[in-house]
Design a protein around this ligand. Structure first.
Ligand code: XUL
Ligand code: CO
Length: 439
């Protein structure tokens, strides 16, 4: 078989002392952390759109990264892209991948061409999956790129756009079912509004819920047992997106009674755009029982847009993985590298290096998260902080057996006393100490 990445060998774990840029220093897939292997904890997935399609184009310039795969003819190029993707996944040790319908196919101007191309290419992908054992994390439909979605897809004021989105989602669901995906994502890049002056928000949200319900009904009728995810993002490309953040998406899921079929797919950079941290978003999902899957990337927080950089910040990943460990893992999803190269990182080594360092960052984050839990000081500080609710009147608050009058009586008899410190600086220092132990 033709090699697309001849300079990238099978990437092996060489340990922290290795200086080999094409080796894992920390991601050792069989190493156990808190009773499970790193591979079981991390379930890394390859994002087809960024790893195999993104060519470095930005608002001010054309591509810098060659994504032609040595083929001029459109179908041959799509197949070569699949060959190259599976070569890279195998070399990097990926067990899962994720796709949008359009990522897999040659350019397909009409919906019927897209349907046909997707059916053909998923057959082709299935051969690679059977050969390599690589599985599908989740599939999705790109209902944001084409001009037909300029006013929205499932929240468009126009039936033609709504029906077109339904057509794409149906076919992407068929593809996901055919490839035995564990989930299906809805990311609403055009589901929102530019100005309230032309928008019936209540109608659009009701229509979005009707759309999701039809997707669930169809998917289940075809035997899809996986999880549907909503992927929140506050803005970009649309000025205001309806699935703004985890809290907003959860209230939508609950309002429309979608909680039996839906969970959240949360992304690091989307969290920062919403003014949150990744760990905040994961915490919100987990305490509501709605943590589904993760899109791993990192924001450049000095700019206000989605840079989707490969994860590199161990501390922030550790705080995110702490939430995942507290959730008992990611039972319903994967850790998908929705991460892309920067425009100047344009040679064939960069893709591999991005993944290696991203996976190493997650391995370090996982180990640090486990250390934080095993160390126990942070958890016991939190436990102690709420101890006034353990007995007496506090316990009655928790049991729901007190009243405002009883609390008033208690408060009126209180002598003012200083409250304990929150010890934030100390708690932050614990994380640095654990992270840098032995340095
Ligand atoms: C866009 C984004 C998407 C979704 C899938 O910001 O994250 O790639 O993950 O549509
Ligand atoms: Co994403």
């Amino acid at each position: 078989m033709k090699q697309f990445y001849p300079n990238i060998p099978k990437i092996e774990y060489e340990g922290a002392k290795s200086k080999n840029m094409l080796a894992f220093k920390h991601y050792n897939k069989d190493e156990k952390v808190m009773g499970k292997t790193m591979a079981e904890h991390l379930k890394f997935a390859f994002a087809y759109w960024h790893a195999s399609n993104y060519d470095g184009t930005d608002m001010f310039g054309t591509g810098t990264i060659d994504r032609t795969y040595g083929e001029n003819e459109a179908r041959s190029r799509a197949k070569a892209k699949a060959d190259a993707s599976f070569e890279l996944m195998e070399k990097l040790g990926f067990e899962y991948f994720c796709f949008h319908d359009v990522d897999l196919c040659e350019p397909s101007p009409t919906l019927s061409e897209l349907k046909e191309n997707l059916a053909y290419m998923t057959n082709y992908l299935k051969e690679h999956m059977d050969r390599t054992g690589i599985k599908l994390g989740w599939g999705t439909a790109n209902v944001f790129g084409a001009p037909r979605y300029k006013h929205g897809a499932a929240t468009s004021p126009y039936l033609n756009s709504y029906a077109s989105a339904a057509c794409q989602v149906k076919n992407a669901l068929d593809a996901t079912i055919k490839l035995d995906g564990i989930g299906y994502t809805f990311w609403g890049g055009r589901e929102g509004y530019e100005t309230l002056l032309n928008t019936d928000m209540a109608f659009e949200l009701d229509n979005l819920a009707r759309f999701y319900k039809m997707a669930v009904e169809y998917g289940r009728s075809k035997g899809f047992k996986g999880t549907f995810y909503i992927e929140p993002k506050p803005k970009e490309p649309t000025m205001h997106q309806y699935d703004f953040d985890a809290s907003t998406a959860i209230s939508f899921i609950q309002k429309y009674g979608l909680q039996n079929d839906f969970k959240l797919n949360l992304e690091g950079n989307h969290a920062s755009l919403a003014g949150h941290t990744f760990e905040h978003e994961i915490r919100v999902a987990r305490i509501n029982g709605l943590l589904g899957s993760l899109d791993a990337n990192h924001a450049e927080t000095t700019v206000g847009w989605d840079t989707d950089e490969f994860p590199k910040d161990v501390r922030s990943v550790a705080l995110s993985m702490y939430e995942v460990l507290k959730n008992g893992g990611l039972e319903y999803g994967v850790i998908n590298f929705d991460s892309k190269l920067r425009r100047p990182s344009s040679d064939e080594l960069d893709n591999a290096i991005g993944f290696i360092s991203g996976m190493d960052t997650f391995a370090l984050g996982l180990k640090l998260a486990a250390k934080i839990i095993e160390d126990g000081r942070i958890d016991s500080f939190i436990e102690e902080r709420y101890s006034s609710y353990k007995e007496g009147l506090g316990a009655k608050v928790v049991a729901g057996t007190t009243t405002l009058e009883e609390l008033e009586q208690y408060a009126l008899n209180l002598e003012e006393q200083p409250l304990p410190s929150g010890r934030q600086e100390y708690l932050n220092a614990i994380i640095n100490d654990l992270m840098c132990e032995g340095l």
